[in-house]
Design a binder for this molecule. Sequence first.
Ligand code: HEC
Ligand code: HEC
Ligand code: HEC
Ligand code: HEC
Length: 404
Amino acid sequence: MLGGLPRRASFIEQLRRERKNVLLVDTGDMLFSRPPAQGPYTKKMADLKTDLYMKTYNLMGYDAITPGELDLFFRVDNVLQMSKQAFFPFLAANLIDTKSGKPVFKPYLIKEMPGIKVGLLGLISRRYPLGPPEEKEKYSLADPIERAQKIVPQLKKKKCQVIAVLGHMEDDEKELLAKAVPGIHFILSGHNPNYYLQPMQANNSQIFVAGARGENLGKVDFLIEKKKLHSHYQLVALTSKYADHPQAQEMLNQYKTTLQELLRTSPQVGFRIRPKVAPRETAVLSAPSFVGERVCLDCHQQEYQSWLTTSHASAYQTLAQQGKSSDPTCLACHSTGYGESRNPPGISLENVQCEACHGAGEGHPEPRKSLLRISENQCLKCHNPSNSPKFNYADYLQKIRHQK
Ligand code: HEC
Ligand code: HEC
Ligand code: HEC
Ligand code: HEC
């Protein structure tokens, strides 16, 4: 993660200083980046993370969130508990309590701002599994499109001029939703770890996909003029251009210290933090995490020192000098693993680090996970003809080889 919570908090604070009306939402998968194991250690970690997220989200003044399947997979009851700590509602129109037949969370929220009334509706895909078996009887997911077809007309009747869906679902489902339910202006997307620089257009709806692990913040400016809605979307990369928010940073530090203490005192976890998951689900939902160059320094000082002498180690600085340090198009090559994978919070992936060439380091060196062999193809991801016209593998390799 390039920025994460502290940078998000400082960006939001700055935004609120600049303008009065800011609506802040999240579309889920906050606690985990892959299906978690259901054990006492994971529960403790989830409790710590829940506390961190709710405290920082309260600090930033979030307006609403829609939980994702990875939050729910751990247990709906835990997410319910989590929502009690929040100063804002959790929205999910189609997560149903089987016994009562009613939604577990608020289906929607109407926000009245000066001159504009916004309806926010929360929806979760049915394609993802809910958690443990006993929860599958207690809760179910109704068809999101059918729920939206009921609720969107209600929001219109209540004079919402802007209707936005917080949609935790796959890209094709968002398009189906936009086509099946007229009147949705924006679909703010969760779940997809990738990001798109431009909104996707489906029918009259705009779909925004801002990525994962706090790398970016999707920002939509909108106003109504002569009854017409105008909007402008920008993907803001939360790089070190944005200072860390001291209070949020303090909360993150506290979390890390407590987590380290927990790791140290938990006999069932060793070097690897990742809980074991059923292989099928791992394949669908997870890629290994990047751990950051600092971790490699512990065991490979020589390679580290030699890497420091290459321009890879200052590739982010190069962007900063160009005033481009928050441009996601540039970060794709001038940082590590940008938009590729999901990571725990709090590590910096600026510059072309070890893992840009060697692959994500989670799990290395235990249990005997060898890092990728280097081949020309890896260089060509970034050294393409337009950005590196003089690239020649043999020559270039010679220049970046770690000296002995
Ligand atoms: C806890 C110590 C430790 C850390 C931290 C560590 N390594 Fe290693 N690394 C090793 C050991 C031990 C080996 C030799 C492994 C073997 O022989 O199987 C190794 C081998 C390697 C190799 C040689 C190829 C291979 O995989 O066998 C590469 C490349 C490598 N490490 C890169 C990294 C990078 C990049 C990082 C940071 C993401 C990293 N290492 C972090 C201990 C570490
Ligand atoms: C994640 C993207 C990325 C990958 C992967 C990558 N590079 Fe680079 N490389 C860069 C960027 C960006 C620069 C320019 C850094 C700067 O000056 O800010 C660079 C600069 C270089 C330079 C210095 C050029 C010069 O003359 O200053 C060499 C040599 C080089 N890379 C070799 C390689 C080789 C060989 C590989 C594959 C083993 C590789 N790079 C993989 C992004 C990458
Ligand atoms: C597809 C990958 C890629 C993207 C996207 C990319 N760069 Fe680069 N950039 C590179 C590589 C690779 C080099 C090194 C080229 C070489 O020396 O052969 C480089 C070199 C540079 C250099 C020259 C560094 C020096 O001092 O020699 C600057 C400046 C730069 N990039 C800025 C940017 C900016 C600004 C953006 C976004 C608009 C951007 N780059 C997007 C891959 C990329
Ligand atoms: C630009 C790509 C690139 C980057 C960035 C990079 N390496 Fe390497 N690394 C290589 C290549 C290529 C080799 C194989 C060297 C060879 O064939 O001589 C290698 C080999 C290694 C080895 C094995 C050395 C051996 O003797 O077997 C280790 C360990 C290693 N790198 C660690 C690191 C660490 C730690 C970092 C970050 C500080 C890092 N590398 C950054 C390209 C890279």
